[in-house]
Design a protein around this ligand. Structure first.
Ligand SMILES: [Zn+2]
Length: 390
């Protein structure tokens, strides 16, 4: 085919439709990963996403290949198992449709909108990278909503993978992703340490830090900054009304109910769990160490002729050492937020949807806000930079 024909095909509605279908197929796989990767009582390390094939969670019968068609199968079976009639969560449909829409949108932004800027092959590479990023964020969001967990098995390979993909793009240098990953880790570390030091509570977990490392590895240092502060802003906009609504309904007094002056708690069973006691000072002090390390890295970049990537490399290495060796791992457990005080009980973590309880103020996962904002930034960055004249 001629270049002009390929160009016309790539920017046609048919290409968008194909991107949607491909996204829905990947969304179907995302559902498997979201369901099988997290640890459960029977599978402490999660399950394989390859084998065995999909089966009904209630009756154990394998799903037939023609009932595995994304979106359509859910619709023609009206979300029920063909064998036993058990109702499946509408979330399977949601994840497939969402991933399909994201892939189509990514294609439009990368291939259609940049048609005047770049040759087709580079735009297609951009679309593929954007789709991989969107898929990863979808999996992160829904696992975090379900389990308050951001899995190392997802984030650590993604840091390496998206760093390598980012380097392919002509506007990125080999240090961008490295510095971005370090900024993502350091930002969360500093916020978490300050929160622990000042409030005596665990706020962010390093699972969030590794998520921002993924974002930075692909998008450079601006990605984690936008995701953290943008995500916090979106969280405030979402959480404050949710707390007000709960307050108006006379529920959810547990998390911040100190001001209510209610004498006997436990009248309402849902709020029976009291907030965890503050972390003792001796333990809080450990946060000073990692704050000192980050401060030293920043000072080294600002005050010495040392190239920034060396400090970035040191921070990334330190974070990995934290993880694998537990060297400086004082305040926060190495593995995401698993051992956090306000963590929902491990029992029944393989339930596909228990987000209702997680919406209690104080038990809201932050990862989805970070991931949504980071994804938004993937789309918005070229336009924002253009507007700012950068
Ligand atoms: Zn069944």
């Amino acid at each position: 085919m001629e270049t002009a024909q390929l160009e016309a095909l790539a920017t046609s509605p048919a290409a968008l439709a194909a991107a949607f279908v491909l996204g829905a197929l990947w969304g179907s796989f995302a559902n498997v990963c979201i369901y099988r990767w997290p640890p459960s009582p029977e599978h402490p390390h999660g399950q394989s996403v390859v084998a065995p094939g999909s089966r009904c969670g209630a009756c154990g019968k394998p799903v037939r290949w023609y009932d595995n068609v994304p979106i359509l199968a859910w619709l023609w079976l009206r979300g029920r198992c063909r064998d036993c009639g058990t109702q499946f969560s509408a979330r399977y449909l949601l994840v497939e449709a969402l991933t399909g829409l994201l892939f189509a949108t990514v294609w439009w932004f990368a291939v259609d909108a940049r048609a005047a800027l770049e040759p087709l092959d580079l735009r297609v590479v951009r679309a593929a990278i954007g789709a991989a990023f969107a898929w990863t964020m979808v999996v992160v969001i829904f696992i975090d909503l379900d389990h308050m967990l951001i899995l190392d098995r997802l984030t650590l390979p993604s840091v390496a993978g998206f760093y390598a993909l980012g380097v392919v793009l002509p506007e990125r240098t080999w240090t961008d992703g490295l510095i971005g990953a370090a900024v993502g880790l350091a930002l969360v570390r500093v916020v978490a340490d300050l929160f622990l030091l000042l409030r005596g509570k665990h706020g962010l977990g390093m699972g969030d830090g590794k998520l921002l490392a993924v974002v930075g590895a692909l998008l450079g240092w601006k990605g984690p900054v936008v995701a953290l502060f943008g995500g916090a802003a979106v969280a405030v906009v979402v959480v404050v009304p949710a707390m007000l609504v709960r307050g108006a309904l006379g529920r959810g007094a547990g998390a911040d109910g100190a001001a209510d002056g209610e004498g006997g708690d436990g009248a309402d069973g849902a709020d029976a769990d009291a907030p965890p006691p503050p972390v003792p000072w001796a333990e809080r002090r450990l946060a000073l160490w990692s704050l000192a390390v980050v401060a030293a890295a920043v000072a080294a970049v600002l005050l010495t002729p040392l190239p920034p990537w060396i400090a970035a490399l040191a921070l990334v290495a330190l974070a990995l050492a934290d993880d694998f060796l537990g060297l400086t791992d004082g305040p926060e457990p190495a593995d995401a937020r698993a051992a956090r005080g306000d963590e929902p009980a491990a029992a029944g973590v393989d339930e596909a949807h228990q987000a209702d309880d997680d919406l209690a103020p104080g038990a809201l996962p932050f990862g989805p806000f970070l991931a949504v904002t980071a994804l938004f930034w993937w789309f918005a960055e070229p336009y924002v930079m253009f507007r700012l004249g950068l």
